[in-house]
Design a protein around this ligand. Structure first.
Ligand code: GDP
Ligand code: MG
Length: 694
């Protein structure tokens, strides 16, 4: 019963995580999107269009990956509900394309067997034939097709091999329902399911077909998010579930075992593999890269290289952007007649936006590098290497994946935590995710490291080392708090993990560059909208109210922003900060990189006209207290850096955490514990450092 228009069939792409669904989807639809190597990225609904061989339009939907239709997490529940036709916004697919990783045939066939039971016309895609071939596995596709009663196509989604045949098969209008027999249920179980079905249909919990699949999944799934089922009905379902378990103890496990038994039988007929496992490049590489010691050393080297590139390679382009903004400022200054509007542009917009945009090259390098690590398959190893550390704090590698994406930005990281089954693990992961140093911290770190160690005076390796240290500090903090929350705040047992180790491969540079470009655009749009807006606000707050006869510096001090800075100065003076840094801190609670914009605007507004176009780094380095001492002493820089490692300064993340945890409670708790830690640590550093005479 499909509600989609009869002339545009909806085709669902389903399969285990990392079987190549998204890559195939992109190939077929040409609709570009991100390709990542670890579970949890394809959470959102993605629909694209393509044309059949006869020029007929087809719609494709890229569904979340799963190992089984028995859902364990919300995104797996989406998959099950869409396939059962339960979600009103997504019509039930007319056909299914089951993508499987040929090099993991047996495990992948498990979900295939469940999908076949749905009775929808199905096409089986044996993807990753290249990996299977490397291992010298021979899969008899013809025999498999006969056994299952569905067409089987072999593909390599990276090279596009087999794509034409797949398109031809997709174009077939005579696809019949599969001939695979449903797994045999013991007679008693079957009768009980039928009974439940009839009852649930009367209460309205089941609307559709008469098959036993709906009651089967309702009574055996452990994820409570069944779409469109009221709480009252859910209560009854729990009762029925309890009765099933009492009457037929272990019936679910028996069903799983039955499925595997039949798959083994099937594999014996269609799969021939060498007596001895072939040594692939992947197994050889993994012997080093997953080694407990060597793997960790390698990880540090890789990250060290990343930060070296961020400082060394980005240096040139950053200089050009800096010069460009400086030139823009003086050009506008010469062009316009003096007045508030000119000040707004020269002292507000240009330094505010410029102070963030100059970090574009570093952001690009960061995302390019992350892209390479994801696409070669190294990112999944990172999760594996870190699994031991995660287990020490009561989490597992599955939590490390959302945490890893938080190094780019905490927002996708927090959302990726949806893939974690255990509610406790998920909450802890969300709580610690923003401690991963996100890319918005990069501009702040970079600026302050530049003040601390001017380029040229120390090598880029030293700067990279400090940066690595800051990242390590945030990571360590995240682990520490995960441990604390796990011990004291929340009880519950650790859940085991299944981590995918895809084969290593050459990175697809084009798709990485595309992703980097999307990121760059987002960064620039953000600079052109949010950062621009905040810069204008900060300029206005630092310029008004105007007082007659003051110098620029006095004017700044008496402005709204100046007064706000002065107001919080007593609270931050023990950390070593003056009121101007205070203005920066206030601004950066909207978003961290606003610190740079604010300082840019504050020093531009304050300076007398001739020197306001010098690079921000130099202005900071030269800034002096009323008494004559430097403001940005090494100790103050370190105290500030540590503050930015720990403080929760991002309005968007607070909003996402509220949405994902469903309450303000956790969002505010996070804001409090992170910022509190930042304050305490910076206080300790400055006070102890001062006492020691630094
Ligand atoms: P999904 O989780 O099923 O959507 O999988 P993706 O499409 O994101 O693919 C996971 C990884 O496998 C990506 O790095 C792809 O480039 C890679 N990949 C996809 N298909 C193939 C294939 O046929 N051969 C090889 N060697 N790699 C593939
Ligand atoms: Mg995908």
């Amino acid at each position: 019963m499909s509600t989609s228009a009869p002339d545009t069939p909806l085709i669902a792409i389903v399969g285990n995580p990392n079987s190549g669904k998204t890559t195939l989807f992109n190939l077929l639809t040409g609709l570009k999107q991100k390709v990542a190597n670890y579970p949890g990225v394809t959470v959102e609904k993605k629909i694209g269009e393509c044309y059949s061989q006869h020029g007929k339009k087809l719609r494709l939907i890229d569904l979340p990956g799963a190992y089984s239709l028995n859902a364990r997490s919300p995104d797996e529940a989406v998959l099950r509900d869409v396939l059962l036709g339960r979600r009103p916004e997504t019509p039930r697919p007319d056909r299914v394309v089951c993508v499987i990783d040929s090099a993991n045939l047996e495990r992948n066939l498990y979900m295939v067997s469940q999908v076949l039971e749905l009775g929808l016309p199905t096409i089986l895609v044996l993807n990753m034939i290249d990996v299977a071939a490397q291992r010298e596995w021979h899969i008899d596709a013809k025999r498999l097709s006969e056994e299952l009663g569905v067409p089987v196509v072999q593909t390599n989604a990276v090279t596009g091999a087999g794509l034409i045949e797949l398109k031809l098969t997709l174009s077939r209008e005579d696809l019949a329902a599969p001939q695979w027999e449903n797994a045999a249920l013991p007679e008693g179980v079957r009768a009980a399911l039928e009974h439940s079905r009839d009852e649930l249909r009367q209460t309205g919990a089941i609307h559709t077909r008469s098959s036993l699949l709906e009651p089967l999944y309702l009574l055996s799934d452990h994820d409570p998010t069944h779409y469109g089922i009221a709480d009252s009905q859910m209560a009854r379902i729990h009762e029925l579930r309890g009765r099933m378990e009492a009457d037929f103890p272990g019936w679910e496990d028996a069903l799983v075992a039955e499925r595997y038994r039949r798959i083994e039988e099937l594999c014996a007929k269609v799969l021939k593999r060498p007596d001895q496992e072939i040594e692939t490049i992947t197994t050889k590489l993994d012997r080093i890269l997953l080694h407990p010691v060597l793997g960790f050393v390698n990880l540090l080297l890789v990250l060290g290289l990343l930060f070296f590139l961020i400082f060394k390679v980005a240096e040139g382009p950053m200089g050009w952007i800096e010069t460009g903004f400086g030139a823009l400022g003086s050009w506008v200054e010469g062009l316009m007649s003096p007045g508030d509007f000119r000040d707004l542009i020269v002292n507000g917009v240009v330094p505010g936006v410029g102070g963030v945009v100059i970090f574009l090259p570093q952001i690009l390098i960061l995302f390019f590098f992350i892209g390479i690590m994801e696409d070669t398959g190294y990112m999944s190893r990172l999760a594996f290497i870190m699994d031991w550390a995660m287990s020490k704090v009561g989490l597992n590698g599955k939590s490390f994946l959302p945490f890893l994406s938080s190094y780019a930005c905490a927002i996708p990281g927090v959302m990726a935590a949806r893939t974690i089954d255990s509610p406790k693990d998920r909450l802890i992961t969300i709580l610690i995710a923003p401690l991963a140093s996100c890319s918005a911290r990069l501009p702040v770190y970079s600026l302050l490291i530049g003040v601390l160690f001017p380029a040229g005076r120390v090598s880029a390796w030293v700067q990279a080392g400090i940066m690595l240290g800051l990242y390590a500090l945030g990571t360590f903090g995240a682990f520490f708090f995960a441990w604390v929350f796990n011990k004291c705040v929340m009880k519950g047992s650790a859940s085991p993990m299944i981590l995918e180790m895809p084969a290593y491969k050459m990175p697809a540079i084009r798709s990485i560059l595309l992703h980097v470009w999307q990121r760059a655009r987002m960064f620039l749009v953000r600079a052109g909208t949010i950062i621009l807006g905040i810069s204008i606000l900060i300029w206005a707050a630092s310029t008004y109210p105007k007082t007659q006869g003051d110098t620029s510096a006095q004017q700044m001090e008496h402005s709204f922003a100046g007064r706000a800075g002065k107001f919080i100065e007593p609270a931050i003076a023990p950390l070593g900060y003056d009121w101007k840094i205070g203005i920066g801190l206030i601004g950066s609670f909207a978003a961290r990189e606003v610190f740079n914009s604010t300082m840019g605007v504050v020093y531009a507004v304050e300076s007398e006209d001739d020197d306001n176009l010098a690079p921000l780094r130099d202005k900071l380095a030269g800034e002096r207290r009323p008494g004559g001492g430097l403001v940005y002493t090494p100790l103050v820089c370190i105290s500030l850096l540590v503050f930015y490692v720990f403080a929760m300064q991002c309005v968007s993340t607070v909003a996402i955490v509220r949405r994902e945890t469903g309450s303000w409670k956790w969002a505010l708790f996070q804001l409090g514990y992170m910022t509190g830690t930042a304050y305490l640590l910076s206080l300790l550093i400055f006070q102890i450092g001062s006492a020691l005479g630094f």
